[in-house]
Ligand binder design. Sequence first.
Ligand SMILES: [Mg+2]
Length: 217
Amino acid sequence: MKRIVFCDFDGTITVKETFVAVLKHFAPQLSAQLIPQIYARKLTLREGVRQILESISSSCYPEILEFSRGETIRPGFTELLDFLEAKQVPLVVISGGLRGMVEVVLGKLVQRVHAIHAVDIDTTNEYLQVKSEFEGGTELVAKVQVMEKYSAEEKIAIGDSLTDLNMALATPIVFARDALAQYLQQHQKPYIPWQDFFEVRDYLASLWNSAHEQPNP
Ligand SMILES: [Mg+2]
């Protein structure tokens, strides 16, 4: 594989951060207690998110999926998929949120992404149970671990927040907005600022066009 794009979901593909809103809505007390600790990096995402999710009754799961229905997708996402398809570059969604939520929001676009890696939920017991294939380090979904599953000459990451930091630090070409941009500045890691997927598409188009004109070493 020559090129591959890894894309976060919450606050990246979606305009709003749905997952945090879900945690706050369905587990208000525990969220109020733990989320600030996660942002302050005193508690890992892995521990904090698991604790919050596993405090929610399984009977809430359909309502959780319903909660994310109608979430707005950031402009240009379909056009980015069109462009990547034409260039035969796969886009892999890596989300620290719930797979069910990603699928509800993407709808028919699910078929157009190469893969979705996210948290799976088991609802057979009284409380939600977290099943994450790539749990590791500080993350419930260790995005770098997912990325390593794919070999490609050129890896590109798109993200917006702390949950994308490790992925961004491990990727040569990073599109960062919002908090992720600030974290990357602190780490002195170069990134491309972006607001919508049209900008991502246009940047990649010119990057790959100019790369094409250079002779192979
Ligand atoms: Mg995000």
